[in-house]
Design a protein around this ligand. Structure first.
Ligand SMILES: [Zn+2]
Length: 272
């Protein structure tokens, strides 16, 4: 699998983890392969295999960045001390050793983790904001499509600058990682990294859901669905997430339909 094109430090780290654990046929390959072909979880096996693989890479990405952030925050950053701390974290807490994965891969993980940690939480400069919302007056939320205003007086329709790869996980504050969003979507998305850490597991509606049932689907679940579509598009075309988000367009929150009217709808069978 060729992944999406990374542009931020956090994405580079994530991409390396996917390469090591999913694409490079190592640790998770057999487990995910077993899940993918399993009849034990009904006809959701491919979706659950992607779900588990994504959760694993999300979890590792987040733990490596948070650990590196903690080292930096405690002034433990010094080439030798940092490297030894991360080496022991990888080996003792993640089961990732030099012996198993090779020194170049371990060095890459350590370097990418510290770079992602340093990139996190940076403010967005005015020149970057100007490059993201190119119109001085109005633009559209890339998630829900509503019109928002660059210098709006109403808080609910004022533009926010949304990190497509979350700032807290090494998402740089650069034009290539930012799109205009409305406050509702920006707040609901929060630091959602992958669709897999959205409210996916609890998303179940009755068969042939009524209009009222569909209104119970919250914005965060819809954002997870949108995010899944963006990632799949970016991976299939090997573009950046931002390019894929623009190509895909926003979610039509008013429309949603389950694929199989006789089956209870879950995250994988309802489309917006
Ligand atoms: Zn929105």
């Amino acid at each position: 699998m060729i992944g999406f094109r990374p542009v931020t430090r956090g994405e580079w780290l994530y991409t390396k983890l996917v390469e090591l654990f999913i694409d490079d046929q190592k640790a998770l390959q057999s487990a995910v392969g077993t899940l993918r072909g399993s009849a034990l979880i009904g006809n959701r096996a491919p979706e659950f295999a992607d779900y588990v693989a994504g959760l694993y890479c999300f979890n590792l990405t987040a733990r490596l960045i948070k650990t590196a952030q903690a080292l930096i925050a405690h002034d433990a950053y010094g080439e030798a001390l940092y490297r030894s701390s991360m080496l022991s974290f990888l080996a003792n807490h993640c089961g990732i050793s030099e012996f198993r994965f090779g020194r170049p891969n371990i060095n890459a993980l350590i370097n990418l983790s510290i770079e992602a940690a340093f990139s996190s939480g940076k403010t967005i400069s005015q020149s970057v904001k100007n490059g993201v919302a190119t119109s001085k007056q109005q633009c559209y939320c890339y998630i829900c499509g509503i019109q928002i205003f660059v210098s709006g007086e109403l808080e609910e329709t004022s533009v926010q600058y949304e990190h497509i790869w979350p700032s807290s996980f090494g998402g740089d504050s650069i034009i290539e990682n930012l799109l205009p969003a409305c406050p509702h979507c920006n707040n609901a998305k929060g630091s959602m990294l992958l669709w897999q850490d959205g409210p996916v597991h609890s998303f179940i509606l009755p068969p042939n859901p009524s209009a009222n049932d569909i209104t119970t689907i919250n914005r965060r679940a819809k954002i997870a669905w949108h995010r899944k579509a963006i990632f799949e598009l970016a991976i299939s075309r090997h573009t950046t997430l931002k390019e894929a988000a623009i190509t895909h367009g926003p979610v039509d929150f008013s429309a949603s339909a389950p694929v199989d009217l006789d089956d209870a709808s879950d995250f994988f069978t309802i489309h917006f």
